[in-house]
Design a protein around this ligand. Structure first.
Ligand SMILES: [Ca+2]
Ligand SMILES: [Ca+2]
Ligand SMILES: [Ca+2]
Length: 151
C-alpha cells in the first residue's frame, strides 16, 4: 500500500493508528496515517494532519457526495508520495487532473494542482488594469479638487 491517506476513521478505541489500519504483515510506504506510531514499519510514512479541504463537505456529513478530499495548499502530503508506485496507466487523479504535478506525486487520491505561472499576456492584463486604476484615481483627485475649490 503506497501513497494513501487513512484519517479520522474511528473504532471503540477512538482514532488511533489501529483504528485506521489493523492489518498485520502490511507493506505500507509513503502513506499518511492518523496516530502513526512507526510500528507498522515502511518508509516515507507520515502522521501529520493531511489538511483535507473539507472532508465531510458542505452538509457536514462524512461519506456523502459533497465531501472534498482534495489537499489544502499547505498539506504535508503534497509532493511526498512515491512516483514509482503510480501505474503507467494512471495519468489523472480522481478529479481528472494530472496525477503527478509539481516535484512529485502527492499522497492521497487528489493531486494538488499548483497555480500556473503567469504568461506574458497575463502580465499585459495586469499592466492594463493598473493603468485603468491609475487613470481613475487621477480623475477622482481632479473631481475632489473641483469640489474643494467651489466651496
Ligand atoms: Ca458530506
Ligand atoms: Ca464540512
Ligand atoms: Ca505533487
Amino acid at each position: 500500500m503506497t501513497n494513501c491517506i487513512f484519517w479520522h476513521n474511528t473504532d471503540r478505541d477512538g482514532m488511533l493508528e489501529s483504528s485506521q489500519i489493523s492489518v498485520e504483515l502490511l507493506d505500507m510506504n509513503y502513506t499518511c496515517v492518523e496516530g502513526l506510531t512507526g510500528g507498522l514499519g515502511g518508509t516515507g510514512n507520515i502522521g501529520d494532519d493531511p489538511l483535507l479541504a473539507d472532508p465531510d463537505g458542505g452538509d457536514d456529513i462524512p461519506g456523502t457526495d459533497d465531501d472534498d478530499l482534495r489537499l489544502a495548499s499547505s498539506s504535508p502530503c503534497i509532493d511526498r508520495g512515491e512516483n514509482g508506485a503510480v501505474p503507467p496507466s494512471v495519468t489523472t487523479d480522481l478529479a481528472g487532473n494530472p496525477r503527478i504535478a509539481g516535484d512529485s506525486v502527492d499522497i492521497g487520491a487528489y493531486e494538488f494542482q499548483p497555480a500556473p505561472i503567469p504568461t506574458a499576456s497575463d502580465w499585459g492584463m495586469v499592466a492594463m488594469t493598473l493603468l485603468v486604476l491609475a487613470a481613475g484615481t487621477v480623475v477622482l483627485m481632479r473631481r475632489r479638487e473641483v469640489a474643494c475649490n467651489s466651496q
